[in-house]
Design a binder for this molecule. Structure first.
Ligand SMILES: [Ca+2]
Length: 445
């Protein structure tokens, strides 16, 4: 079996079409095409709600609470568990596979020697006159790009992945393609904006004072972004922002679709596993927050779809809670390769064969506040709800069966005391979590 790994950056779970997440139109025909030909894990969660620790955990198999790599900060090179780890690409290379990566796959922990070919992503130049919005600053901006689509970096990385897929392959391959879109800034061709007329845009559901029942350390996660949310809403740009995010998702979907089509038109279609995932979620105003780096549903919920010729049923949903940590052991088992013993995830092969199987249904996500010593922010999502702990004693619990938006913190509600106590016991304590790595140098994007 060959493997094609497709990754989108900062794409939240809106494409799943769940009205509790987003009730408006999302245009992702290619992602839907993959979902319809394999298993769509509708409750997949990242190990960390920011790019570098999420990708590092996924590709190394070492969860952040064991590596100490919790944030988009340098330092991965000083982690003993990461230095001892073999990346998923390395596992395939050792097993005789050709390995190749195009676009944004790794972030700050690269093991470049494990890729036979590697073409990283480059940011497209900002359009002349940027920022294009009145709230725009740095990467937080959007508008039509001046480049033609084929000149954009994600398009060119897709071209390279397609060229690689179209080559003759003697050895089995592990090819990864990652889009930078829909990471901000949202600069894509006008035609993608035109797919979402402003008057038809739905904005996500948010409520006033949502943060009033969130403990101080949780509220602090939104500090840097809440002013931006205020500016977007006060200047009447919320629909414009949602339009730009949807436009950039549609562009990312188009590039992913080109690579998927190249595989499906190649002789490798029937012996290639396809995995599509997103590195974490994204807020667009919910919880008065923008972008990522929180422990709520918006930032932790990810997409994960897997197609295995001859194994997965067509177009099944799997509603069990799973983690992106599970991808590495799953690929090892599917390809008949002995995985390293240290992996923190568990193979999803039983769910790929029978998506309704009984399953120890939980997913853990962790974070520290940026640049601060260990404060052990961690959350667990299960059938019973979401439990969050900041440091040792600030907590939240949401009864997600009644409160999909996580609006009402029920941590002190005696009705849920037994569930909360159980979930508390299922996450590593602060003292059990690896100390955050010392930050040296600069992180490679
Ligand atoms: Ca609330």
């Amino acid at each position: 079996m060959n493997v094609l790994l497709l990754v989108a950056d900062d794409m939240n779970s809106w494409p799943l079409g769940d009205p509790d997440r987003y009730a408006g139109k999302v245009v992702v025909p290619n992602i839907n095409r993959l979902a319809e030909s394999g298993v769509n894990f509708t409750r997949a969660y990242t190990a960390a709600p920011v790019c570098s620790p999420s990708r590092t955990a996924l590709l190394s198999g070492v969860a952040p609470w064991n590596s100490g790599h919790y944030h988009n900060l340098p330092g991965a090179s000083s982690s003993k568990p990461l230095n001892d780890a073999l990346s998923v690409a390395g596992m395939f290379k050792k097993a005789g596979y050709t390995t190749a990566s195009y676009g944004k796959i790794t972030h700050g922990w690269d093991q470049r020697e494990q890729w036979d070919e590697r073409l990283g992503h480059k940011r497209d130049p900002a359009p002349p006159g940027a920022p294009l919005t009145t709230v725009g600053r740095g990467e937080q901006d959007w508008g039509p790009i001046h480049l033609i689509e084929s000149e954009m970096n994600d398009s060119q990385n897709a071209d390279a992945a397609i060229a690689r897929l179209q080559k003759q392959h003697i050895e089995p391959f592990f090819i990864a393609f990652g889009t930078f879109s829909p990471h901000m800034p949202w600069y894509v061709p006008q035609k993608y904006f035109d797919m979402f007329p402003l008057e038809e845009i739905t904005i996500p559901k948010l409520i006033e004072n949502d943060l009033d029942d969130v403990p101080a350390l949780g509220r602090a996660l939104t500090d840097g972004k809440s002013k931006f949310v205020d500016a977007v809403i006060d200047q009447g740009l919320h629909k414009d922002a949602v339009q730009a995010y949807l436009a950039t998702i549609a562009y990312a979907d188009a590039q992913i679709g080109r690579v998927l089509t190249a595989l499906d038109e190649s002789p490798h279609k029937d012996n290639t596993i396809v995995v599509f995932l997103t590195d974490h979620g994204f807020h667009l105003g919910e919880k008065h927050h923008w972008q990522k780096a929180t422990l709520w549903e918006e930032a932790t919920h990810s997409l994960l779809m897997i197609r295995v010729p001859g194994v997965t049923p067509f177009g099944k949903r799997c509603d069990r809670f799973v983690s992106l940590q599970d991808v590495y052991p799953t690929l090892a088992q599917l390809c008949g390769i002995e995985p390293p013993a240290y992996l923190d995830g568990r193979s999803l092969v039983p769910l790929l064969k029978a998506p309704d199987s009984e399953w120890p249904s939980t997913a853990i996500t962790c974070l520290t506040s940026k640049g601060k010593p260990s404060d052990g922010f961690i959350t667990i999502r299960s059938e019973e709800g979401r439990y969050i702990r900041y440091a040792t004693d600030q907590e939240e619990f949401y009864d997600t069966s009644q409160d999909a938006h996580e609006w009402t913190n029920q941590i002190d509600n005696p009705t849920h005391a037994a569930t909360i106590e159980e979930l508390r016991g299922r996450v590593p304590r602060l003292t059990e979590m690896a100390v955050p790595l010392p930050q040296v140098g600069k992180i490679a994007e």
